[in-house]
Design a protein around this ligand. Structure first.
Ligand code: GLA
Length: 405
């Protein structure tokens, strides 16, 4: 039954050829390599917005347009955000010829119309699908329809595809994602491919072939430290990404999942920590809040240009946790031109004074540096030996250290 569901797209073929041949055809097809090179369109981590964290399946075209309006008008676009991605539940069913159809009640004007609207704002447009028979939300998945779906999306103007892993049965993840990558590359449009198999199938070993970014972990939830089943608070996700820095680089990013900034489950101090550490992880910055109603504190976090510059640094080297002393952690990220980004992170409930010395940043002990605090914006010149600061509970002090020559 699972087999039948999985290969629903192959059913017509199954009527004409024997099941054995059909299996042979499918697996040979899936093991073919990637013909076309991966488009170089994610040389820095993608920035945008995705509907899932705030709205889940409660989406429609008016809502998406309102978010696109807000992205363009609020300063988000100027700060570098560009993709508007519709996650699960935009799909309804397939037409008789197999073409995927948007839910006509929620998207009466159709997806192409919406993509045109987003493009007219100078933004880019993305969609979600799944490598199984169904999406996680139970809508039609792309298994067996990979090339047809990729062509349809390209004809609508899709620039980004997030591809999930529900209802995939015993399917091989590398083969399934490679197949969709081939389909996207054959579609005639440059499309960012966001792999979402939650880190379950050793993506570090293969995902940089087909994908521009890949989820490393299960779903984030809007919480400092609450984990429930498959979804995890900020601290759990952070800890499970701390050692993955080797796998990441330009056009191939670890994805610790989308931002929860502004969704209400954490304080503004905690959201600053979340945003700062995502920048240290060179994470895709995909906002997950309602941009059309966000308050100024949320906008200020999401558009901190100095923190975004760390995330988007062209060297593309993911930061690391270089020390951990109970609740006190120091994270360092090397930047273009010899600068370092440093986060002093206090996970505890009391304010603490924390410090870092230049030797710990692999810089000469006697060096003088300019230090910019990326949240207070204070700049101090001629700083010798190291830097220390008081760090609020659950907070960060994030600095950029520029050696003085
Ligand atoms: C999975 C993904 C989420 C989201 C939902 C949609 O849980 O990991 O990011 O796309 O499916 O159903």
């Amino acid at each position: 039954m699972e087999f039948m569901t999985k290969w629903r797209g192959g059913l017509i073929a199954a009527l004409l050829i024997t099941p054995a041949l059909m299996v042979g055809h499918a697996s040979a097809h899936e093991t073919l390599g990637l013909d076309a090179p991966k488009p170089q369109i994610a040389l820095t981590p993608p920035m945008g917005w995705n509907s899932w964290n705030k709205f889940a399946c409660n989406i429609d075209e008016a809502r998406i347009r309102a978010v696109a309006d807000a992205m363009a008008a609020s300063g988000m676009k100027d700060a570098g955000y560009q993709y508007i991605v519709i996650d699960d539940c935009w799909q309804k069913d397939r037409a008789a010829d197999g073409t995927i159809q948007a839910d006509p009640e929620r998207f009466p004007s159709g997806i192409k119309h919406l993509a045109d609207y987003v493009h007219a704002k100078g933004l880019k447009f993305g969609l979600y699908s799944d490598a199984g028979a169904k999406t996680c939300g139970g809508r039609p998945g792309s298994a067996g329809y990979e090339f047809q779906d990729a062509r349809t999306w390209a004809s609508w103007g899709v620039d980004y595809v997030k591809y999930d892993w529900c209802y995939t049965g015993t399917r091989n993840a590398e083969a399934a994602y490679t197949l969709m990558a081939k389909a996207l590359r054959a579609s005639g449009r440059d499309i960012v491919f966001s792999i979402c198999e939650w880190g379950d199938n050793k993506p570090a070993e293969w995902a940089a072939g087909p994908g521009h970014l890949w989820r490393t972990t299960g779903d984030i939830r809007d919480s400092w430290d609450k984990d429930e089943g498959y979804s995890h608070g900020f601290l759990w996700i952070l800890d499970h990404n701390a050692d993955l820095w080797k796998n990441s680089g330009p056009n191939q990013w670890n994805d610790p999942d989308m931002l929860e900034v502004g969704n209400g489950g954490m304080t503004d101090v905690e959201y600053r920590s979340h945003f700062s550490l995502w920048a240290m992880l060179a994470a895709p910055l995909i906002a997950g809040n309602d941009l059309s109603t966000m308050d100024k504190a949320t906008l200020d976090v999401l558009t901190n240009k100095d923190v975004i510059a760390v995330d988007q640094d062209k060297l593309g080297q993911q930061g690391r946790r270089v020390s951990k002393n109970g609740d006190l952690e120091v994270w360092v990220r090397p930047l273009t031109g010899g600068d370092r980004a440093v986060v002093l992170f206090n996970r505890g409930a009391e304010a603490k004074t924390m410090s870092v010395d230049w030797e710990g940043l692999q810089l000469p002990a006697g060096m003088k540096a300019t230090v910019k605090d990326l949240w207070s914006k204070q700049v101090t010149k001629g700083v010798k030996g190291g830097y220390s600061a008081e760090v609020a509970p659950h907070g960060v002090v994030m600095i950029r250290v520029t050696p003085m020559v």
